[in-house]
Ligand binder design. Structure first.
Ligand SMILES: Cc1cc2nc3c(=O)[nH]c(=O)nc-3n(C[C@H](O)[C@H](O)[C@H](O)COP(=O)(O)OP(=O)(O)OC[C@H]3O[C@@H](n4cnc5c(N)ncnc54)[C@H](O)[C@@H]3O)c2cc1C
Length: 283
């Protein structure tokens, strides 16, 4: 057990309690196809000159956390980023193989945002959260361009155009891939973008550091407690917002292709602090 006297605070909590923008993270309502566009339009923007006054904690450096940290830092925020591996590029995203689905309709075989939405909801046995799936289908189109700009070497046809294949039993060819190592190539792209921000001083990277708990103030996550896995030292970190991008939790099952550390501990700790937890059958 560690007493609170042993905890070293990074930053002063009082610096973060006023003036921070509040993100509305609840799912928006209205017609499914318009929900997230409307939310994005109605969200209060933060003046670019003010962004550097705000710190955001990102836990995780996989495709979710790596991309989030790099993007937030590129926009001007200060990011404190954490992972338990020795390098951000060892996150378990590296294991993904088959490819990434996007409704680009390059093949003109009848694909659309709505069809990708429908196939994904159906593939999830009609149990997925539909407005989130629709958003995923919408932004799939932009994700491919972003990855290509980051240098991800997607497979190409002889003429140089991006290649696609049919994947997961669907009737259209919409999966963009890089041989059998799409996750590794995507993670290298995200890692490069993150490394650029680390070198620029916008991201402070904390590898080999495990989040132990979430600090909640007035119902909002405002910091984390973390342990240095080399020295065992436990520290606290404060921020205006906390992003948990800590991956899947396959190892709640006896057999899983996830790494042993993909074990749900971060998600569980957030749940104990009041975060909602749903659909653990989806891994
Ligand atoms: C074998 C395999 C094949 C796959 N193939 C595909 C595919 O073809 N197409 C597809 O779309 N998806 C595929 N997936 C799924 C996809 O790879 C994952 O859903 C995705 O990569 C998860 O990314 P992530 O950033 O959420 O998590 P991860 O990449 O797992 O990253 C989690 C991060 O959180 C950090 N972390 C976790 N807990 C803590 C903690 N307590 N403290 C500090 N840091 C913590 C870790 O250090 C890590 O950096 C596949 C998955 C596997 C295993």
């Amino acid at each position: 057990m560690t007493s609170t006297a042993d905890l070293t605070p990074h930053g002063n909590y009082a610096d973060y309690v006023t003036g921070a923008p509040v993100a509305d993270t609840a799912a928006p309502d209205g017609p499914i196809a318009e929900r997230w566009d409307r939310r994005r339009f109605e969200a209060k923007l933060v003046n670019p000159a003010n962004r550097r006054k705000h710190t955001i904690i990102v836990v995780g450096t996989g495709l979710a956390g790596g991309a989030a940290g790099a993007t937030l830092a590129e926009q001007g925020y200060h990011v404190e980023q954490f992972c338990y591996q020795d390098s951000p590029r060892r996150a378990h995203s590296i294991a993904a193989q088959g490819g990434i689905n996007a409704a680009k309709n390059y093949r003109n075989d009848g694909d659309s945002v709505h069809r990708l939405f429908y196939d994904t909801v159906k593939g999830g046995d009609f149990r997925a959260r539909e407005s989130n799936v629709h958003r995923l289908a919408q932004i799939s189109v932009e994700i491919i361009d972003q990855c290509v700009a980051q240098g991800v070497p997607f497979a190409r046809e002889y003429g140089g155009l991006l290649d696609t294949r049919s994947f997961g039993g669907v009737q259209v060819s919409r999966t963009f891939y890089a041989r059998g190592q799409t996750g590794q190539q995507l993670l290298l792209g995200a890692y490069q973008a993150l490394s650029r921000q680390i070198a620029a001083g916008s991201v402070a990277m904390h590898p080999r550091t495990e989040m132990l708990d979430v600090i909640v103030v007035d119902g909002r996550a405002r910091g984390i407690v973390a342990r240095d896995l080399i020295t065992g030292k436990i520290d606290t970190y404060f921020a205006d917002a906390v992003v948990l991008a800590t991956g899947g939790y396959g190892n709640v099952f006896y057999l899983s292709t996830n790494a042993m550390n993909s074990n749900a501990t971060a998600v569980w700790r957030a749940h104990r602090r009041g975060a909602y937890f749903a659909n653990p059958c989806f891994t």
